[in-house]
Design a protein around this ligand. Structure first.
Ligand code: SF4
Length: 79
C-alpha cells in the first residue's frame, strides 16, 4: 500500500517548516523559492515538486504534517 501526499495549493505555503520538522523523510524546503516540496525520490513526476507517493509506513508522520500545517495545504490519501 502507498499513500499520495500533496502540497496544494503550494503557493499558500508560508515556509514555517512545520512539515519538515514533523516528517523530514517526506518533505523538504526548496532551495529555489523557500517553500515546502516533496523529496525528489517520492515524486511521481520528477517535474511536479508538490505531489508524491510514499510507503504506508510514513502514514503517521505524513498525517502529523497534514494536521499541523497552519495553512491546511497538505493532503494525504490512499494512492
Ligand atoms: S507546514 Fe504547511 S505552510 Fe508550513 S512549510 Fe509545510 S506546507 Fe508550508
Amino acid at each position: 500500500m502507498t499513500l499520495k501526499v500533496s502540497i496544494d495549493p503550494r503557493d499558500n505555503c508560508i515556509a514555517d517548516m512545520v512539515c519538515v520538522s514533523l516528517c523530514g523523510d517526506v518533505f523538504e524546503m526548496s532551495d529555489v523559492d523557500g517553500k515546502s516540496q516533496i523529496i525528489a525520490k517520492w515524486r511521481t513526476d520528477p517535474n511536479t515538486i508538490n505531489v508524491g507517493q510514499v510507503p504506508d509506513d510514513m502514514k503517521d508522520c505524513a498525517e502529523a504534517a497534514q494536521q499541523s500545517c497552519p495553512t491546511s495545504i497538505i493532503h494525504v490519501e490512499p494512492a
